[in-house]
Design a protein around this ligand. Structure first.
Ligand code: ZN
Length: 701
């Protein structure tokens, strides 16, 4: 067969230098290129396994070489899957996805490699390796060990059996939640049943009603639902459930919906209760096989948090600081409800409603009022100025140097203080519902790494979903979109300003995942720093920066109900940690008892005895957050504490801001995964992090 027929000739996914030629990549290139790379990699890996000398040069360097073509052949495919999807691309992606995942496992579970890594660690070469190289090898060893590679015979078989069963249970768990969420539908036909609902929700739910009718045979004879006259189908999907709870004036319907929400997948055929017990049992057994006392210890082995006690300390400090504020939040809602003629004590299904009324009465601004002050171009210019002041880098447009996947996509280069080109990034700013998924993210395009005697510079992809330019009106961002841009840019900075040359530890690679949100959340803090906000804002018609009065409201809104929100996250985090650490699944205490007793310490309004929300807690039973839910708070503590280094030095003093910024750049951003995050953090901050700044920023101290 010629290269022409196999699709390999001039296949843009098979280039191995420069930027990925995005303009040329078609769905038809995916399968042949990925299979080619997989075949080559398999050959090279087998060869390596048969010829292992336990040194860095003979093991790690060839591994990096095996991995490298995936950066060009597979990364762009996953990227385009998110930003330029099509039925053809999806089909091609799904065709090879399993093979790529399989190869990743093969890598991780290779016994010869594992023994070679162990031999490097025990051998003479070890002392001559750098701290970064030590960390890379140790991380690979730990990864393999947690996948059961160190186990023998019967133990090994049992471990694999458990892994298999756990993966089936987690799929089942998630399917049950999805099914029960989908099955529930409350059809409202009377106007007084939808009183209070915003127009957007009426549209959504009338549409949902129509969608639910198709397929029952007689939909052609039915008059379709309209936003004005209904019927309206209310569901338990978050985009419907949340606004309904916030706006519906019908207390009886809110109660009905709330009760349905907290009992999803908790009875009948789709009951997740037995799956929860089984999961906890299996995880405990798995932990013991690996030589750990609990599953929580397994989870923490790969994280920044040193141990369960440190996480519990953090929980306790945050909890005790939030209780008073949480009670005050409830009192405020109760008082407002009373003032407006409702004399019953508030129940769970009243909180979102009255909190929303309270928010309206205190901060009477809307997204639409803020938008005109945040045209994308102005925000970007201000952001680039800020990172120039903080980190000494210069960001400049270089659109002509890259080929892009859509004409709206921009390309920028970053130069350091000496004028050296150090990194680049793509920015895909606008929403394109037809082929781009929602949300925002930072993705690695190319990773900084040594290739022979040259260094490949890092390239990032920043993806947002802002409103596109329409006619004369430029792209105007909501404040939340501005924060999101800063957040993703923070991830991008850690990826791009790395000084590490080993791909496994450069940028965000190798960073423990409870520390990976540090730079991103750190950057968000600047959105509440007055001089920065004045710099990133400018009315698209008058050029006026954001009025002071609006800025003050934004700032005040940041701490609105912070105590309540904190306590809610703590309830989830503490329950997760307890269930994976102290809890004995064979005891008489049910998992719901556990949540209730933790609820007594973290909730101002006692949990309902029939609350079964654990049955839909997918983060920990069907996601990667088991004994890891605490990470959200852990990262917030870190990022707030990091920002407070600037506050302490004096935000109005340009010299110290610059000095502190350079230190952040040279530690957190430059060193990434090359050292333990606590060591890096201490080098930046001069001490370990504490909760003071987070509590202060949240108005809880
Ligand atoms: Zn993030």
């Amino acid at each position: 067969m010629s290269d022409q027929t196999t699709g390999l000739a001039d296949n843009p996914l098979l280039v191995t230098s420069g930027l990925p030629p995005y303009h040329r990549i078609e769905a038809a290139h995916v399968v042949p290129a990925v299979r080619q790379v997989l075949t080559d990699a398999e050959k090279q890996l087998t060869h390596l396994e048969q010829n292992l000398t336990p040194t860095w040069k003979a093991v790690i360097e060839p591994l990096e070489e095996i991995d490298r073509p995936f950066e060009y052949a597979w990364k762009p495919v996953t990227h385009l899957f998110g930003v330029k999807n099509s039925p053809e691309l999806r089909e091609a992606y799904e065709t090879v996805l399993g093979e790529v995942v399989q190869f990743g496992l093969r890598f991780k579970q290779s016994e010869p490699l594992y023994h070679a890594l162990k031999a490097i660690k025990a051998g003479e070469d070890w002392q001559s390796l750098s701290e970064t190289q030590h960390r890379i090898i140790e991380a690979k060893l730990l990864d393999a060990e947690l996948a059961g590679i160190g186990l023998e015979g019967g133990q090994r078989n049992r471990f694999n059996e458990i892994a298999q069963e756990l993966s089936q249970i987690s799929t089942q768990f998630s399917n049950n939640v999805l099914d029960e969420t989908k099955e529930f539908g409350l059809d409202l036909t009377e106007k007084d049943e939808v009183a209070g609902l915003p127009n957007s929700l009426l549209q959504l739910t009338a549409q949902a009603f129509n969608n639910a009718q198709t397929g029952d045979g007689d939909d052609t004879r039915r008059t379709p639902a309209t936003p004005e006259d209904g019927p309206w189908r209310i569901s338990l999907e978050i985009p419907v459930f949340m606004p309904f709870m916030q706006h519906s004036t019908r207390r009886d319907l809110r109660e009905k919906l709330y009760r349905a929400f907290i009992t999803r997948a908790s009875s009948g055929e789709k009951d997740n209760t037995p799956l929860i017990s089984r999961t906890l049992q299996l995880r405990q057994e798995q932990a013991e096989l690996l030589g750990y006392a609990s599953y929580a210890e397994v989870s923490l082995a790969e994280k920044m948090a040193p141990d369960v006690a440190a996480v519990e300390d953090m929980f306790e400090t945050l909890r005790s600081a939030s209780l008073t504020a949480g009670r005050q939040d409830l009192d405020d809602c109760q008082k407002l409800a009373n003032d407006r003629g409702s004399d019953e004590p508030l129940a769970h299904w009243d909180i979102a409603f009255w909190a929303e009324r309270l928010r309206e009465s205190r901060f009477d601004y809307t997204d639409e009022q803020l938008r005109p002050y945040f045209p994308l171009e102005k925000v970007l210019a201000g952001l680039f100025n800020l990172v120039n002041r903080l980190f000494g880098i210069t960001v400049s447009a270089a659109d002509e140097e890259a080929n892009v996947w859509h004409s709206d996509v921009r390309f920028f280069k970053i130069h350091d203080e000496e004028g050296n080109h150090v990194a680049s990034f793509f920015l895909d700013p606008y929403s394109r519902p037809e082929d781009k998924r929602g949300g925002a993210w930072m993705d690695e395009c190319l990773t900084r790494r040594r290739i022979g005697d040259r260094i490949q510079l890092p390239v990032a992809q920043l993806v947002c979903n802002s409103t596109p330019t329409v006619g004369d009106i430029p792209s105007l961002m909501t404040f939340r979109e501005v924060e999101t841009l800063f957040h993703e840019f923070g991830h991008g900075l850690q990826h791009m300003l790395t000084k590490v040359d080993e791909a496994d530890a450069s940028g965000i690679n190798g960073v423990e995942w409870d520390a990976v949100e540090l730079p991103s959340q750190f950057m968000e803090n600047w959105c509440y720093h007055r001089p920065t906000v004045m710099e990133i804002s400018g009315h698209y018609e008058s050029g006026e920066p954001l009025p002071d009065e609006l800025f003050e409201k934004l700032k005040a809104a940041r701490t609105f109900r912070a105590g309540t929100l904190m306590l809610r996250q703590l309830l989830f985090g503490m329950t997760d940690m307890y269930l994976h650490d102290d809890y004995d699944p064979s005891s008489h205490e049910s998992v719901f008892d556990v949540q209730r007793s933790i609820g007594e310490k973290t909730s101002v309004l006692p949990q309902l005895p029939e609350d079964r929300s654990l049955c839909s807690f997918q983060h920990i039973f069907a996601g990667g957050y088991a004994a890891g839910y605490y990470s959200y708070k852990w990262a917030e503590v870190l990022s707030a504490d990091a920002f407070s280094a600037f506050e302490e030095a004096g935000l109005e003093n340009e010299d110290v801001v610059r000095e502190t910024g350079r230190r952040f750049r040279d530690t957190v951003l430059a060193q990434g995964g090359s050292r333990h995050p606590m060591e890096i953090y201490k080098e930046f901050r001069g001490r370990e992090p504490n909760t003071d700044a987070l509590l202060r920023h949240s108005g809880l101290a």
